[in-house]
Design a protein around this ligand. Structure first.
Ligand code: CP
Length: 325
């Protein structure tokens, strides 16, 4: 077990080694048990986390704010639009100044080509850990909660388990590509055979694909890409199907919309779930476009674990905060 995580940033999924992620999981399960038993666990008494949002959130905000309070600290919710960032505060100012006020700086910045760079720029000047609440490239805390949920449902030995990470159609907005990217780099390390399914215009970043291939090779597991949702679902143990924008293909919103409309048949429905194993779990980070991205029957059905997933955001994030701050 690797326990020396104090002061560390978590920006990309591979910032923590496999052993360090195992430590996070161990602490997360302990904190989940403590909360269930009403056992106090104020490991971060008097510590304050800055929570800087450039983009909206339900789960991430709620779980970080509740989590830091349960650890005995306080979360300062800061929307970028209410700051002086638009008037000139640079990442250097945020890193230098917030690093002196706060004990950790959590940031959500999903703007394509901007977010991840922003977090790394703040990290360069911050004396306290930078925690990635989702950027344009990664969503590491979602992925930690997903791993925790998969361990709960499928056990810790994931060898020979087939995990499908699939694109799905949605109309609400062009969703970031960070969730599938985090999943394909992290999950092979824990033994899953990962199948990525997506239409041709919904490729993930080439450098992330290279990282996923390398992690799969290192772990001795399979990593395959298909362009057919049905083919991907066949005999799957874990189905993780969500929408993302065609951002690698085009950043033109109108062109992206037209491309997306071609694939409205990419929905997770009862018929498709029947292609997977009978005990397959259905996962989604939420929010989902109900009856467009996934049917009510699936998301509210017996295979769905979406609320356990959302709950585990709390425990996984508390673990990382307690270990790093
Ligand atoms: N899954 C997730 O990150 O949810 P929010 O966007 O609501 O935070």
């Amino acid at each position: 077990m690797q326990t020396f995580l104090h002061g560390r940033d978590l920006i990309g999924d591979l910032d923590f080694s496999k052993e360090e992620v195992e430590t996070v999981m161990d602490v997360a399960f302990d904190l989940k048990r403590k909360r269930a038993l009403n056992e106090p666990h104020a490991y971060l008494r008097d510590k304050v986390l800055a929570m800087l949002f450039f983009f909206s959130s339900t789960r991430t905000r709620g779980s970080f704010e509740a989590g830091i309070a349960q650890l005995g600290g306080h979360g300062a919710f800061i929307e970028s639009k209410t700051t002086q960032i638009a008037h000139g505060d640079t990442p250097k100012e945020i890193g230098e100044i917030f690093g002196r006020y706060f004990d950790g700086i959590a940031i959500r910045h999903c703007d394509w080509g901007v977010g991840n760079q922003y977090l790394n720029d703040v990290a360069k000047y911050s004396r306290v850990p930078i925690l990635n609440m989702q950027c344009d490239i990664y969503h590491p805390f979602q992925c930690l909660a997903d791993l925790m949920t998969i361990w709960e449902k499928k056990g810790r030995d994931l060898r020979k388990k087939k995990m499908v990470v699939s694109w799905a159609y949605a109309e609400s907005y062009s969703k970031p590509i960070s969730v599938p990217q985090s999943l394909i780099v992290q999950m092979p390390r824990f033994g899953c055979d990962v199948v990525l399914a997506r239409p041709p215009e919904f490729k993930l970043m080439p450098e992330i694909m290279d990282m996923a291939q390398a992690e799969a090779k290192k772990a001795g597991v399979a990593f395959d890409v298909v362009e057919d949702m049905d083919e991907a679902f066949k005999d799957a143990d874990i189905v993780y199907a969500k929408s993302w924008g065609p951002l690698v293909h085009t950043t033109d919103a109108k062109e992206g919309e037209a491309i997306t409309k071609k694939y409205s048949s990419w929905i997770t429905n009862e018929k498709r779930m029947k292609l997977a194993k009978e005990d397959a779990i259905y996962m989604h980070p939420l929010p989902a476009d109900r009856n467009i991205e996934v049917t009510d029957g699936v998301i509210d059905g017996p295979n769905s674990v979406v609320y356990d997933q959302a709950e585990n955001r709390l425990h996984a994030q508390k673990a990382v905060m307690a270990l790093t701050m």
